[in-house]
Design a protein around this ligand. Structure first.
Ligand SMILES: *Cc1c(COP(=O)(O)O)cnc(C)c1O
Length: 434
């Protein structure tokens, strides 16, 4: 079992797993089963009341997923985690739960496309509206939008696609003054580059599809709860209501706060959301994410080195209008990157392409070492044009709000040799204008 004082890379390989509990299997086993033997009626009672941990039915969780949850909670420095079937499930479930009964979210206006669309078009159907912060680098702009019905502040630690950084310490201080929890989508950064809980966040959500798993072969999500946010009973009655479903061994109904002290949010997601909506992560996907997670630090170290070189190449190329990444020469995020991202501010770069739509198309088509698709955080380097792609479902007015011009091209740097990536970009620029 992993020691309490281990570093990130050790925990990414060992935390949350003891082979003695799994027939001495060195690798976490894939528990490919819908259901688990309950053994006897007393154990059944203990399982159902949470007095004993263990598998019941894989719609609500599975032992392979439980290893991932425990490992990830440790990596993040949180109390508990839940593994879900996608990053969007992580986002939507968390907001539906916190916004139960209606309310509003105060959110940064630079977000992953589907996340932004969920806030604009989907959640309002369930009584949860969003107020987008336009001046999103200014912590006071968040305060100006918070009211008594605000159920959460929502933002991305490294925003997609512009790689913006925010002073989350300052934003969290303001949110907490108003009893509002802070949710950080830490997908691009991962807990290797940035630990939101050390900067005041209360809940983190992830698309584990991206850098966490890192191999472009799984869809997965995670939610982690830090565990020390005090939910106001009037604002968040859902965590104080006694539930028969959460009863103890003596049949006393308990609230989520009593059921799992320090983790009422994760308790509610596990006991109600996966129960009624499904979406617990499957065992095979959990296994793949565990495998990917074990090399996260070395993958990101290499990607950061390559990212530096690509930013420099792009900044010196005549067909590039601008480069957005904290490593770019005139990035407004340099100081925050130096303060909060000591290991590097991620491997997502965007740049302005100088040329027509047709030339941009030829440029993308001419690339051999960058795949053109919507994903990020793969071993492969990826390229996309968000306005016509990842953010195309959004009304153009939101492209303006999120600062995504038509000629923005996003790169997600992979693990290929940096020289090959640069040579590939160079030849594609040449072909674009022929
Ligand atoms: C991809 C992504 C999501 C959604 O995750 P899925 O696993 O695709 O559902 C959410 N946030 C960010 C920042 C993402 O990049």
């Amino acid at each position: 079992m992993s020691n309490i004082n281990n570093g990130f890379s050790t925990d990414a390989i060992r935390a949350g797993y003891d082979s003695n509990d799994h027939f001495h299997s060195v690798n976490p086993p894939i528990y490919q089963t819908a259901s688990f033997d309950l053994v006897d009626i007393d154990r059944t009672r203990r399982l159902w009341t949470g007095a004993e941990g263990g598998g019941i039915y894989s719609r609500v969780g599975n032992p392979t997923g439980a290893i991932l949850e425990e490992r990830f909670a440790k990596l993040e420095g949180g109390k508990a985690a839940v593994a879900l079937s996608s990053g969007m499930a992580a986002q939507t479930y968390t907001l539906l739960l916190l916004g139960q009964g209606g309310g509003n979210i105060v959110s940064s206006s630079s977000l992953y496309g589907a996340a932004m669309l969920a806030l604009i078009k989907f959640l309002p159907k369930y009584g949860i509206t969003t107020k987008f912060v336009e001046d999103r680098n200014n912590p006071e702009a968040y305060e100006a939008l918070i009211d008594e019905n605000t159920k959460a502040v929502y933002l991305e630690s490294i925003s997609n696609p512009n790689a913006e950084l925010y002073d989350i310490d300052a934003i969290a201080k303001i949110a907490h003054k108003h009893n509002v929890p802070v949710i950080v989508d830490n997908t691009v950064a991962t807990p290797y580059l940035y630990k939101p809980f050390e900067h005041g966040a209360d809940i983190t959500i992830y698309s584990a599809t991206k850098e966490i798993n890192g191999h472009g072969n799984v869809i997965a999500g995670l939610v982690v709860e830090k565990g020390d946010f005090h939910y106001d009973e009037k604002k968040f009655p859902q965590f104080y209501e006694k539930e028969w479903k959460m009863r103890d061994l003596d049949d006393n109904p308990r609230s989520p706060i009593e059921f799992w002290p320090g983790a009422p949010l994760i308790a509610s997601l596990k006991v109600f959301f996966t129960e009624f909506l499904g979406g617990a992560l499957g065992s095979f996907e959990s296994y793949l994410v565990l495998q990917g997670l074990s090399t996260l630090s070395v993958r990101l170290d290499k990607k950061i080195e390559t990212t530096k070189k690509i930013v420099e190449f792009l900044e010196n190329h005549e067909k590039v209008e601008w480069v957005r990444h904290p490593y770019a020469k005139n990035s407004p995020y340099k100081a925050l990157a130096d303060r909060d991202f000591k290991k590097g501010p991620g491997a997502l770069i965007s740049f302005g392409f100088k040329g027509t739509r047709e030339e941009e198309g030829k440029f993308i088509k001419a690339l051999n070492n960058f795949s053109y698709h919507v994903n990020i955080g793969d071993v492969r380097s990826l390229i996309t044009n968000p306005v016509e792609n990842t953010h195309t479902e959004l009304d153009p007015k939101y492209h303006e709000l999120a600062d995504i011009p038509k000629n923005l091209i996003r790169l997600s740097i992979g693990l290929e040799d940096a020289d090959d990536l640069i040579a590939d970009l160079k030849q594609a620029f040449e072909k674009a204008y022929k």
